[in-house]
Structures are given as C-alpha cells and as structure tokens.
Design a protein around this ligand. Sequence first.
Ligand SMILES: [Mg+2]
Length: 260
Amino acid sequence: MASCLLFMGVFSTMSLIPSISSESLIKLPSEGAMLGNRKIKVDDRVYCDSWRLSVETNNAGIWERIPARCERFVEDYMDGERYLSDSDVIAGFSSAFANNVKLGADGRDAWVFDIDETLLSNLPYYESHGFGSDIFNETSFDDWVNEAKAPALPASLRLYKELQQLGFKIFLLTGRSEYQREATEANLLFSGYSKWERLILREESDQGKPATIYKSERRQELVNEGYRIHGSSGDQWSDLLGFAVARRSFKLPNPMYFIL
Ligand SMILES: [Mg+2]
C-alpha cells in the first residue's frame, strides 16, 4: 500500500511539470540576467544594512560618522528589536562558549567586559545626539556619565550574572578615565551589576593611547598575574584586538561610533 501511494505521488507530481523545459528555468545572458551587466538600484535601507555589516566586521576600518543617508536606518536599528536581538544572539554564543570552559580551582579564570555599549547602554544620550551623526562632544558626554543613569544592556546583564555563577572572575576594562570611577561604579550598581573583580580605567599615563594599546597592556597585566582570559566582550574591535587577547572575543553591535 505504501509503495502504491509513493508511486501515485511521483506520477501526479510529474504530471504537473511536463511542459516546463530547462530553457524556461534558466535565464540566458541575452535576457540581461548577467550580474556584471545588471543595474542594481540600491535603496538606502539595503545600502545602510550593507554599510552596517561592513562596520561590524571591521571591513570599514576607521570611520568618523555614520553616512548621512543612514541616519534614519541607524535610529531604527538602535531603537527597534534588531539591536536587542543581535545582542541577545551574541550573548547566547558567549554563554555557550563559557559553559564549555573547564575552570581551574585557582580562581584565575577571567572574562573581560568593556562598559559603554557593552554592559551599559548610552542610548538615551545618543537618542538626543543624532545616533552618532552629530560630532562627538566630550563635555556633554561627560555630563551624561556623571548622571550615572545609563541602563544595562539586558543580554549583557544576563550573561554577566551567568558568568559569575559559573565561577569566572569579571574584569571591567573601559576607556573611561580614573576621574570617572565614582560615577561609573554608581552607574554599574544602579543598573544591576555587582561583585566585579576589578574596574580598570585609563590612568594619566594612558591618556592619548589608542584603545587597542591601552586595553592590550591592561590585559597583559592580568595575564602576568596568572589570569586566563577565556572571553572578552566589547562593542569595538579595539576592545578585542591587539595582544594578550582572550581565547574567544565577542563583538557586540555598535553602528553609532568607532573608537580606534
Ligand atoms: Mg564600548
């Protein structure tokens, strides 16, 4: 009976397509289908999605401001579900990796987090400053930092707590400066973070250093202390590249600004 049904199924399917020839399924070059000759109209939404991918993969290299045609796109991305979803998926991969790490008994298994746009979201600030289309104003951003009311990125807060439960020592390595320590600690506590192992900020001697160098040097100090840096999470490639890098680096999305 089963073989009979299978045969009937094949027969009835074949009966539907006898008139379709291979020529009608394949577009030939004469019909203008060659990719190289085709004029593709790329609208702003498609272009800006491609631009965002280039930014996130570091193909864009150094960039100063989001393209004017992408201001609305970045606003929609940051304020919509996609930003939260992207962050959530990345936290999921981070968690999967962390759960497979065999931790030692010496308390030297470490995870390094950046702060801005990684643990804390400055979206309320950037919402009123053009989502990265305005030129960065250090004075007004410092005022915002001093308010200490940036919310947590929900996916990062969940990951942070899970890593602590797993037994990782959490190091916070930020481009913020020592004079912002008090406000930064207050903001972290306000938004739900606690019990980090160390908060590392730029000292006077770090001022002017590219973030890649400053952060690599600080990670190297951790390695020299005997810490094994298994994971590192940051929204900038300069949080993750350089030397003394983590075994796995996790790049969070940020189409608003670039830090070298
Ligand atoms: Mg950051």
